[in-house]
Write a protein of this length. Structure first.
Length: 514
């Protein structure tokens, strides 16, 4: 199969056709470059994990049949040094086939066994089985430590919206607004638990405390400017209804973090451009009211149509300046806008967490997530976990982000620690399952029968593959199909040469947005 057959060239032609289709759809080859980076990163993690098993098996003198990246029927196969090196057809992991440890037919994509008769192979010790099984997670953890040292050296980007505890915007008629929360409030604790950041999966995150809450109300303690004592608000969260084909929405109260409103792009010919707004300008206030978030400007224009007076701070200038403009309706649209795009992150900074801090944060996040998944009162379930497609999608998002390479280094730490720990779960076909079966053999003082191993591995493989198919179904709904196009920031915006001023009072259901 290592020869270049007609089937091989057919697969190459199909791959090239798919690549050409992607390039045509996006009108650029850049997504293909990023996708190649994503696949390279993802497969590096798998390869290093399986390399641990491979080298340990070599060291302990085990017979090795196959080294496979991905599962299923082979797309490519070549025999080198007595080992079949395989690229499978299902991008969901990899394996090293060791006939002296466990049968692998359940995940190899076929019912036929390997070329080596297992009954003719010498048995191996319990210690050898445990060493080989543990080597994969050990190599994944080692790779995570390498990446964590790189993150410690070069830093991890952190936006204002991630690290602040100040509310930047409260949606009108939302659970938060009905309870009395306001922009500018500094959240001190949620349900009695102190918080020190807005986003993330740590127990001290505002977002995590909201989505993982289990009571009918969520208790907020906040510090409000002008108030000497902290205030308490009981917020009744809402769960938006969605399609049965999408993940169930999590609890929401509709608040946004406070970030510095920084202009990322100004569209030529629009009100902002004509008034003199430039990229990188910081908007401090609108009509005398402080602007805590970019989302607040759209809400303000909806409630106060007409001329806007923005106080702007420009880099290199000490004194802020006031710039006036009137929102207009762009050509082909129905909503009033001023013709700019905000930087979604606000001011960015770098943090330099130690490797120990990164490992601890990852373990805490895993503990919180799994605890919520298995809690009967939590709204977080198995459908909110991600499989290979979800991981690839997130890697893609990180690669195209500002300072994306630093973010990928940070996520590589998180992902490899997850890979190590999840593979140590005591589930047959996983590394932890092999260790458990080795312990059972030690207690019984004799190996498990081949028939028992085949049954247990096949049953567990069916469960694991079924679970992967389940989460992959929801991962596919998160991909940027056409239904998400309206959510993206506009790439262009055109305004009429003779703009009409915004009306003094709202006369249409259209709402101004930035």
């Amino acid at each position: 199969m290592g020869r270049f057959t007609f089937r091989f060239w057919l697969k190459i032609a199909i791959a090239l056709a798919l690549a050409a289709g992607v390039a045509w759809y996006f009108r650029t080859a850049q997504p293909l470059v990023v996708l190649a980076e994503v696949l390279l990163s993802f497969n590096l993690f798998i390869f290093v994990h399986e390399l641990g098993h491979f080298l340990a098996a070599k060291w302990r003198g085990l017979v090795i049949e196959r080294f496979a990246l991905w599962f299923g029927k082979p797309l490519w196969k070549k025999r080198i040094g007595g080992v079949d090196w395989i690229l499978g057809s299902i991008p969901a992991g990899g394996y090293v086939a060791l006939p002296q440890m466990a049968p692998m037919e359940a995940i190899e994509g076929g019912g036929a066994g390997g070329d080596i008769a297992r009954e003719n192979l010498p048995p191996i010790s319990v210690l050898d089985k445990a060493i080989v099984a543990f080597a994969g997670p050990l190599f994944s953890m080692g790779l995570a430590l390498v990446f964590s040292c790189l993150v410690w050296a070069v830093g991890r980007p952190l936006g204002e919206g991630d690290s602040t505890t100040v509310v930047g915007y409260v949606e009108e008629n939302s659970p938060a607004s009905r309870a009395g929360l306001q922009a500018g409030d500094k959240i001190l604790s949620i349900d009695g638990h102190p918080v020190d950041r807005f986003s993330g999966m740590k127990a001290t995150s505002i977002t995590w405390r909201i989505v993982s809450s289990e009571g009918e109300t969520i208790a907020f303690e906040v510090a409000r400017p002008g108030q000497a004592a902290p205030l308490r608000f009981d917020v009744v969260p809402e769960i938006p209804k969605g399609s049965v084909f999408q993940r169930k929405a999590l609890r929401q109260i509709e608040i946004w973090p406070a970030i510095t409103p920084i202009v990322a792009k100004v569209f030529p010919g629009g009100p902002a451009a004509r008034a003199g707004i430039r990229a990188n300008d910081e908007v401090v206030s609108v009509n005398g009211e402080r602007l805590f978030s970019t989302a607040a400007l759209g809400g303000y224009m909806a409630a106060h149509p007409g001329e806007l007076r923005l106080v702007v701070v420009r880099g290199g200038e000490k004194q802020p300046q006031t710039i006036s403009m009137t929102p207009e309706i762009p050509v082909g649209q129905k909503e009033y806008r001023i013709g700019l795009v905000w930087d979604p992150h606000g001011k960015m900074g770098l943090i330099f967490p130690t490797p120990l801090e990164q490992v601890r944060d990852t373990v805490d996040s895993m503990k919180n997530t799994l605890g919520s998944v298995f809690s009967p009162k939590s709204g977080i379930g198995a459908q909110h976990l991600s499989g290979p497609i979800g991981i690839l999608r997130y890697l893609y998002i990180l690669f195209v982000s500002q300072d994306g390479w630093r973010l990928v280094l940070w996520f590589s730490v998180f992902l490899n620690i997850n890979l190590a720990i999840m593979n140590l779960l005591p589930i047959p076909i996983l590394d932890g399952g092999h260790i458990v079966m080795a312990v059972i053999e030690a207690i019984r003082r004799r190996p498990l029968s081949l028939r028992t191993l085949e049954f247990v591995n096949s049953a567990c493989a069916a469960v694991v593959i079924g679970f992967l198919a389940y989460v992959t179904f929801f991962d596919l709904q998160d991909l940027p199909w056409k239904r998400h196009a309206k959510e993206a920031a506009p790439s262009e915006m055109k305004f009429a040469p003779e703009p009409a001023a915004a009306p003094a009072t709202p006369s249409a259901p259209a709402q101004p947005k930035p």
